[in-house]
Write a protein of this length. Sequence first.
Length: 202
Amino acid sequence: MGLNVSLPLEDQHIGFLREYDELDKLESLRKKTDGFAYFVPNQKQLDSFKSDCPTVIIVAGNRSGKTTSGCIELIAHCLGRYPSCSCHGEWMSTKRRLRPPIRTVIVTTEYPIIERAIEPTLMKYLPLSEIEPNGLKRTPQGYLRRVYFKNGSVVDILTNEMDQLAFESANWDFAWIDEPTQKSKYEAITRGLRDRGGLARI
């Protein structure tokens, strides 16, 4: 919006403010529907993204961004869309990239953690335009259990409360283990990753 000499200065200021307000509302809407595109990592998250290791283990305190970094990597793999910026370059190692469609799994301790942490983080960053219509599947109790992407990628959500069989006989390309899991279930997940040369974030 350029300066209009035919209008009083006060009216032009009001016009500038209205345009800024509209742009701010548009940006807020875009962040709500595609938070992934606006995410900027902190240094610890960036260091973990740049790792070449097949399994990345994050050891950090609460509120350090562990869950968010797991969510961002999951979405990047499901979309095959790997972020970069002028200040950090490519965020994610070229050795930790997958070609969708892929099969992924999130593992946490219990159903309330899905409701309290996993689902809110996913919904903050998932690009909703990339999700199938009715692509968010839930358990009879209302907990998120599966996400279908339009490109064919699938996210399963498992908890330690589930039977061992839920962890067996499935192959995964990527596993995000958000909270410590039982040894037998962890071993089942790693077996599922091994057959496809999969990656993990713990």
